[in-house]
Design a binder for this molecule. Structure first.
Ligand code: MN
Length: 430
């Protein structure tokens, strides 16, 4: 097993930066105090923030053209857990891993749970996979899974999701996320209503197998692999399905799964209002489902989404408690570095949203003072909250500068020596 990064090494590296952090933290604390914000309160909340890492994100991603494997890629779920542990040890906000089945399927789930426990990791939402055929599969998903016209294919897809629930129970998960590639590529290929009825009928059978303390998250996506229509195309189809299924069914928002320029933060608000926001897949994009690193292109959009989330928290909105997860594809960076960077980027949006003056904002909204309302958000967004993020990590025993410590540790080179023959490992192209 690859050695994790030693705690003493993290402390040694932190010692080089602790003096600067103290100065920066004090300066920011004084700045926030002018607006009656206690920096310690914000830091305490930052320390509680958690975002899950996708197991498949620890390997190099790819496109439909090619995949360029990286050095020392994890070859199985055990090695994905090792990398996830490194990410969490340094970042201190990624204690949960979201698995994808059957890619991460093992013979002994008790052993897998024991391993994750030993690495201080927990399990987030279980992701089922009915968007590809497995070797030797009796009935194909070529023309859809849960909405397939043939009952044999639908039954296979339903059973796989029920299996995922059983595996998830063994791991201590409480959520099943269902995304299907079902749809059509030609006008007329599919009868829209009949296909949606078949999908709902299948989902009802999965919902019936859900333990009472679990949630079923439905993920929408407007295109790909079906390019004319998809069964759960948008948040409208998504919430309709969730409402049809029942209170344990909620909608999941993947930032890259919308039409260009859609106002995602408003969708988030609507889903919160009707107790249907289940969770997020964070990533960023310029054109479509690019799966770029979170906050790399549209940090303000990410902040505006968190503005809605923190607002719901602030108002103690009933039924609010979404799962946060990264869902990215790392093609040209070290996945461990990208995941640490992205987790911190999402955490930054959360912290910035915490320092929005909500009383003032509400007053400006009531008075229709558009400029000052907008400036109130901008003021929080443009405040550099880096010292809070660094202090939160430092207080929890993580790294003040995770990327620098990771690079200094030589972990990747060591993984390269210990994990030869990287190849088809179920990473990336999702
Ligand atoms: Mn996703």
């Amino acid at each position: 097993m690859t050695q994790r990064i030693d705690k003493a090494f993290i402390a040694e590296e932190n010692a080089k930066l602790a003096g600067f952090l103290k100065e920066d933290y004090e300066a920011l604390g004084n700045q926030l105090a002018r607006d009656d914000i206690n920096i310690e309160d914000i830091t305490a909340k930052a320390e509680q923030f958690q975002i899950a890492v996708p197991s498949w994100g620890t390997g190099t991603g790819g496109t439909r053209f090619a995949r360029f494997p990286g050095e020392g890629e994890p070859r199985n779920i055990w090695e994905k857990l090792e990398d996830s542990a490194v990410i969490n040890d340094l970042s201190q906000c990624t204690e949960r891993v979201s698995p994808h089945f059957p890619w991460d399927k093992v013979d002994d789930f008790t052993e897998l749970k024991q391993t994750s426990d030993s690495l201080n990791l927990k399990w987030d939402s279980i992701n089922s996979n009915t968007f590809q055929d497995q070797p030797g599969q009796a009935h194909s998903f070529k023309y859809g899974s849960l909405s397939n016209t043939r009952a044999e294919s639908r039954d296979l897809a339903i059973q796989h999701n029920l299996d995922c629930i059983e595996w998830g129970k063994a791991l201590g998960s409480k959520t099943l996320t269902v995304w299907v590639g079902d749809g059509s590529n030609h006008p007329g290929q599919q009868h829209f209503q009949s296909a949606f009825e078949r999908y709902l009928d299948s989902m009802k059978q999965i919902y019936a197998g859900l333990p009472s303390d679990w949630e079923l998250h439905i993920e929408h996506k407007m295109f790909e692999p079906a390019f004319y229509s998809t069964i759960i195309q948008d948040w409208g189809s998504n919430i309709l399905a969730a409402m049809e299924l029942g209170p344990q069914a909620k909608s999941l928002v993947d930032l890259g799964h919308h039409a260009p320029n859609v106002n995602i933060e408003m969708i988030v608000s609507r889903l919160i209002q009707f107790k249907k926001l289940g969770g997020f897949h964070f990533n960023d994009s310029k054109y479509g489902d690019d799966d770029l690193d979170s906050g790399s292109l549209h940090p303000y959009q990410q902040f505006l989404i968190f503005n809605e989330l923190v607002d719901a928290q602030y108002r103690n909105q009933e039924g609010f408690g979404p799962n946060y997860m990264l869902d990215q594809s790392h093609n040209v960076t070290d996945p461990i570095e990208s995941l640490m960077n992205s987790a911190a980027s999402v955490q930054r949006s959360y912290v910035a949203a915490l320092i929005v003056d909500r009383k003032k904002l509400s007053g400006y909204q009531q008075d229709n003072d558009a400029l000052m309302a907008s400036n109130t958000l901008k003021k929080a967004f443009t405040t550099d909250v880096s010292p809070i993020l660094e202090m939160a990590r430092f207080n929890r025993g993580g790294a003040i500068d995770p990327i620098a410590v990771y690079r200094a540790s030589g972990y990747r080179a060591q993984a390269g020596r210990e994990r030869p023959n990287s190849g088809g490992n179920g990473s990336g192209i999702v």
